[in-house]
Write a protein that binds this ligand. Structure first.
Ligand code: FCB
Length: 449
């Protein structure tokens, strides 16, 4: 298997999932702090108050990353840690934390890839309408300016938003994520439009103010479709399905990405949503469609599709297919077809900004954590991604989710996605077998895959 010489091998995390809550250290509440307080919302009744205590242990964590051969690290910043009130004066303590973290990473030869927003929106802004308020886009631009002024002398790689499909869809439509609302489609799509505007404005701020040449992308869900066979008909059916928009669903690739890369919502999506679609104001689409340097895609699995008389048809998974602890099917070809279809349409280098699996790992009698399934999962997915590269897709990087076990949203601490096991009673970190395997993969640039 071959990967380009400058391929970015890395691991990913997100602030709320690892740091410990900012409100305990002089910051503000996020919508996740408040959501976790609602009975029944988190399956093990936990929250991110302490999580991996990374806020206090970041130096050890960075040292551990260096020992594990990590060269690129995708992290997110907590907006309420930096701006406790969501807008207005920044917190010096919050900024100082990220200052030190970035310095520590650079000192160990690890390149930071910063996600500006990975779901922990300031609760104060939710009280002012949250993403339904058009001003949220400007507040986000102001926050971005604060971050860029402080960190862009050392940070070059930026992602604006993580998975709008989730913080808008799961957060505002189904309500299983914070802030836990169940709005109608018109409001959901309006909030989504404001999120796209926030993305565009943040890109403008980064380009105008970055002190070192920036690389900008974002990290949407890449809902991948896999053709049932290699026939031209099935491939076309999978491609069509990959960029389709369904009336009651926000899990569309084109709805979120066409505005950014083409400056317009897809016609088919506008037809599907009809009068519920947002009505952009003059100039909105130009603001949203900022130049992008790469396409970040979070891909965990894919849906198989075949051609039929009635158009693309989804095929059920084979009985007994391997599944992760989320019951997500193990479908390695998602990392071939997902990147390929996204590259064909949007023509930007593809970086897998998240891929991995949750299991229920524990420390064995020998003191180690054996996770052969994770090794096999990563191996198969990386092979598929490499094949996409061999077939002409510009593949530029891969970030395994996640460096260490962490707070997995409504599942709490029950799902372990890490290369490193975390004992939440003692905060002891134990690299799993997969961490050592991945270290060797990174060191050899994937040569032995
Ligand atoms: C993604 C999220 C990430 C993590 C993984 C398992 O949807 O972006 O924070 O929870 O799923």
């Amino acid at each position: 298997m071959s990967f380009p010489a400058n391929f970015a091998w890395g691991v990913a995390t997100a602030s709320y999932q690892i740091e410990g809550a900012p409100y305990l250290a002089g910051g503000g509440y996020s919508v996740w702090d408040m959501f976790c307080r609602r009975p029944g919302k988190i399956n093990d009744a936990s929250n991110g108050d302490i999580a991996c205590d990374h806020f206090n242990r970041f130096r050890e964590d960075v040292a551990m990353m260096a020992e594990l051969g990590v060269k690129h690290y995708r992290l997110s910043l907590s907006w309420p840690r930096i701006q406790p009130g969501g807008h207005g004066a920044p917190s010096e303590a919050g900024l100082a934390f990220y200052d030190q973290l970035i310095d520590e990473l650079l000192a160990k030869g690890i390149t930071p890839w910063v996600t500006l927003f990975h779901w922990d929106a300031p609760y104060e802004l939710y009280l002012q309408g949250g993403w339904l308020n058009r001003d949220h886009a400007d507040w986000f631009a102001d926050y971005t300016q604060i971050v860029v002024d402080r960190l862009s002398d050392r940070v070059q790689n930026w992602m604006t938003l993580n998975e709008p499909q989730c913080f808008i869809g799961l957060g505002l439509q189904s309500g299983i994520h914070a802030p836990g609302d169940q709005l109608g489609m018109a409001e959901v799509l309006l909030a989504g439009h404001h999120a796209l505007l926030a993305h565009g404005k943040a890109c403008q701020v980064i380009r105008a103010h970055a002190k070192t040449a920036p690389m900008i992308g974002w990290a949407p869900v890449g809902a991948a479709k896999i053709p049932a066979t290699n026939s031209a008909e099935d491939i076309e059916a999978a491609r069509e399905s990959m960029f389709a928009t369904q009336k009651d669903s926000v899990w569309s690739n084109s709805w979120w990405n066409d505005p950014i890369f083409f400056g317009e919502y897809p016609t088919e999506g506008l037809e599907a949503y009809g009068e519920l679609a947002p009505k952009p104001k003059a100039g909105d689409m130009e603001t949203i469609a900022q130049p992008m340097d790469f396409f970040g895609a979070n891909i965990y699995n894919g849906q198989t599709v075949k051609a039929s008389e009635n158009g693309p048809e989804e095929i059920p998974n084979p009985l007994g297919i391997g599944r992760t602890i989320y019951h997500w099917p193990v479908t390695p070809d998602c990392l071939y077809w997902g990147p390929r279809f996204l590259y064909e349409r949007y023509k930007k280098p593809i970086i897998i900004t998240e891929n991995g699996l949750g299991l229920s790992d524990w420390v064995a009698l020998d003191g180690k954590v054996h996770d052969p399934q994770r090794i096999d999962f990563l191996h198969r997915h990386l092979q598929a991604f490499a094949r996409a590269g061999e077939d002409g897709v510009e593949i530029a990087g891969y970030f395994q989710w996640s460096l260490m076990d962490n707070f997995e949203w409504y599942e709490g601490y029950r799902h372990r996605f890490g290369l490193v096991h975390v004992d939440y009673q003692t905060q002891v970190r134990t690299p799993k077998d997969s961490a050592y395997w991945y270290r060797d993969v990174m060191a050899s640039n994937g040569a032995d895959l």
